[in-house]
Design a protein around this ligand. Structure first.
Ligand code: GDP
Length: 195
């Protein structure tokens, strides 16, 4: 075991990034969403409202082949579930799953830079996992009641794919402590965060 005191400190001070997406701000849900995190016992260590540039959003979302292909696969899975035949070339003007994922990533860049978003850095034990639990699953009809997405969002993945835009699910939350560290540095200057 490393220095026990340091480990305890590290565990108590795990941080994560939450973004309330333009749909959440437009619907006036900022207060309700923030209160969910406060209610759970997480501390707000950074908070702001910004209209991000496309460049910032491009830096925010991963560029790995795995993440991009996963987006493409999400769309194909949804089409299969709703029994809609997809011709990648004809319907989305792409050649493969990776290019399809890139297309969804571009929808995200356009949508996330289309209006103000609220950035929140949260701190607390297991902050990353706790926040993901409170936020709920990506697709609103799969997000459990009691989660933020489950309680406040109703958008459909099949509709989003047909309308060529991201699923409106109100929130982004970091997926891992490493992702959180990168994202918090990207969205906040050091002096904007409370120790
Ligand atoms: P998250 O971590 O739950 O936000 O989900 P991901 O990291 O997998 O995806 C990022 C965002 O892309 C999601 O929050 C959705 O807004 C959007 N998205 C994910 N999958 C799809 C999809 O299959 N179709 C569309 N239109 N948008 C998607």
């Amino acid at each position: 075991m490393k220095n026990k005191k340091d480990l305890i400190e590290k565990i108590k001070k795990e941080r994560t990034l939450v973004l309330i997406k333009p749909d959440g701000v437009e619907r006036g849900l900022v207060g309700s969403i923030i209160s969910r995190f406060e209610r759970a016992g997480l501390r707000i260590v950074g908070l702001g409202i910004v209209k991000p540039s496309k460049k910032l959003i491009d830096k925010h979302y991963p560029k790995t082949k795995e993440w991009i292909e996963n987006l493409g696969n999400n769309l194909l899975r949804t089409a299969e579930e709703f029994q809609i035949e997809i011709d990648l070339k004809k319907d989305y003007k792409v050649n493969n799953t990776y290019e399809l994922g890139l297309k969804i990533r571009n929808w995200l860049i356009d949508f996330m830079s289309s209006g103000p978003i609220v950035k929140i850095a949260l701190e607390g034990v297991h902050a990353v996992k706790i926040v993901r639990k409170l936020v709920g699953k990506t697709v609103p009809f799969l997000a459990e009641p009691g989660t933020i997405r489950g309680d406040y969002s109703i958008d459909s993945p099949i509709l989003a794919n047909l309308e060529e835009r991201p699923i409106k699910n109100l929130i982004h939350a970091s997926g891992s402590p490493e992702e959180a560290e990168y994202e918090i540095k990207l969205w906040f200057k050091e002096d904007e965060l409370i120790e």
